[in-house]
Every structure is written in C-alpha cells, then in structure tokens.
Design a protein around this ligand. Structure first.
Ligand SMILES: *[C@@H]1O[C@H](CO)[C@@H](O)[C@H](O)[C@H]1NC(C)=O
Ligand SMILES: *[C@@H]1O[C@H](CO)[C@@H](O)[C@H](O)[C@H]1NC(C)=O
Ligand SMILES: *[C@@H]1O[C@H](CO)[C@@H](O)[C@H](O)[C@H]1NC(C)=O
Ligand SMILES: *[C@@H]1O[C@H](CO)[C@@H](O)[C@H](O)[C@H]1NC(C)=O
Length: 214
C-alpha cells in the first residue's frame, strides 16, 4: 500500500470535524461527527467507525499517527451506534452518550455527588486520560471518573492495571477487540491475579493460559 492509500483509509476511518478545545460540558456537547483534541494535540476523542463496520463508536485515539488501528479506548464497545444524531454530553453529573431517540447508550456511572450539570466537565488530557471532574473553576478539581480506570484493550503510559482489594474487590482488565471491525469484548483478557501477585492472560474470561512471574 502506498502512503496516499493509507492516508485515505485514515481519513475515512475518522469523521474529522474538530470542535476545538479539550473539554465537554453541559454547554458544549459533542455532536455526531465531531471530535475534541487534548491540549497538546496528542489525543483525539470522538465518533469513529472501525474497519469496514457500519457501526459508530465513541473512542480516544492518537491524533498524529497514520496507523490503521490507533484507537486506545472505546466507551460503548458493545453498544454500537447507527449513523445519525447522537450526542455526548453531561447529564445529572455524568458523561452520557445519547442516541437519536434520546435513549442513554452509555454513561460514566460516577457517584452522583454533584447533580448540577453546570458544575461538571470532562477533559481529554494529553496523556489520553478522559477525566470527569467537578468545579470547572477550581485549581484542585475533584475527580469523579476517569477513563484510565476503565481501559479497553490498551494500557497507556501513566495508567494502572491493578486490583482494588479494599473497596470494590475489582480490578482493571484489558480485553481484546472481537475483530478489527468490532471493538466488542473478544476472547482474550489480561488482568492482575491478586492472590498470586501476578498478571494472567485468560481465554474466554475463565481459562488461564499464560501467567507472568510474581
Ligand atoms: C445534546 O443533548 C443534550 C441533552 O439532550 C441537549 O441539551 C443538547 O442540546 C444536545 N446538543 C446537540 C448539539 O444536539
Ligand atoms: C454553562 O452556561 C451557563 C449559563 O450560560 C453558565 O452559568 C455555566 O457556568 C456554564 N458551564 C460551564 C461548565 O461552562
Ligand atoms: C466559573 O467561572 C465562570 C467564568 O469565570 C463563571 O461565570 C461561573 O459562574 C463560575 N462557576 C462557578 C461554579 O464558580
Ligand atoms: C465462553 O464461555 C461461555 C460461558 O461462560 C460460553 O457460553 C461460550 O460458548 C464460550 N465461548 C467459546 C468461544 O467457547
């Protein structure tokens, strides 16, 4: 494949219409086809259509790499969208993906300490972390939710793959895509095995077939 062909694929892959800024708020939702870019222009968040799929997803990808598959995070990985009116916005203190029938396709499930939409913002940071926080004006915002806690199949530098023994008894799990055109959870997963302090790769979420040293 020559470079022009790759570039064309890349342009088809991403519906590019940059909103500017790195923030989503109740006043500035992300409409279908729009994207938002982190302050240093390393990462981009928005609607995309993987491979030869007809479905659309909200994801985060490296902005300046011409790679076929550079998506690092997918919000609605098993709830694809049709073409059309959808919108990523802040509702009841959460980041919410709304479909054309005003149904909620996906949301962040942040503990709703704050219910005023205007006191919550989502910012795509330059490390690829999407952070939902309160107090848009504060220098020490309270983090309500972050995408680094809910990875898809990629661990970015600065993110952790851990296990919360005290609070949730759950950990982060990386799960492969089903195929290049379908980000739904596939058969392979990687997680921390807290009882042996090691990482394991499982097949179909149950059968362990590979483990790291402790
Ligand atoms: C997005 O959805 C919210 C909530 O339904 C609405 O207030 C807002 O106007 C919508 N924005 C766009 C651009 O459609
Ligand atoms: C949104 O707009 C309202 C009214 O114009 C304003 O009071 C509020 O501070 C804005 N919120 C954000 C997060 O920008
Ligand atoms: C945040 O700052 C904007 C503009 O400076 C102001 O209009 C708004 O009321 C402030 N919001 C809060 C919650 O302090
Ligand atoms: C994976 O496990 C589930 C049960 O947990 C089973 O229904 C399914 O058939 C398995 N998938 C494959 C590909 O074996």
């Amino acid at each position: 494949m020559n470079n022009h062909w790759l570039l064309l694929l890349f342009l088809c892959f991403i519906l590019n219409s940059n909103l500017g800024g790195d923030t989503i708020s109740a006043n500035k939702s992300l409409s279908f086809g729009e994207t938002t870019v982190s302050s240093g222009e390393k990462f981009e968040l928005g609607f995309f259509k993987p491979g030869n799929s007809f479905n659309y997803y909200i994801g985060i990808w490296y902005k300046n790499t011409i790679l076929w598959q550079n998506v690092v995070w997918v919000a609605n990985r098993d709830k694809p969208l049709d073409y059309g009116t959808t919108n990523l916005t802040i509702l009841h203190g959460n980041l919410v993906l709304i479909d054309k029938f005003q149904g909620i396709v996906w949301k962040t499930h942040a503990a709703s300490i704050i219910t005023s939409n205007h006191l919550v913002i989502a910012v795509l940071r330059d490390d690829g972390n999407l952070i939902l926080s309160d107090m848009p004006n504060s220098s020490t915002p309270l983090i309500l939710w972050e995408s680094f806690d809910y990875p898809t199949d990629t661990l970015l530098p600065g993110a952790k793959l851990g296990y919360d023994k005290r609070r949730t008894q759950r950990g982060q799990v990386l799960i492969s895509w089903k195929s290049l055109s379908d980000p739904a959870p596939g058969l392979y997963s990687l997680e921390l095995d807290p009882s042996h302090a090691r990482f394991v790769i499982k097949w179909n979420r149950t059968k362990q077939f590979c483990a790291s040293g402790s």
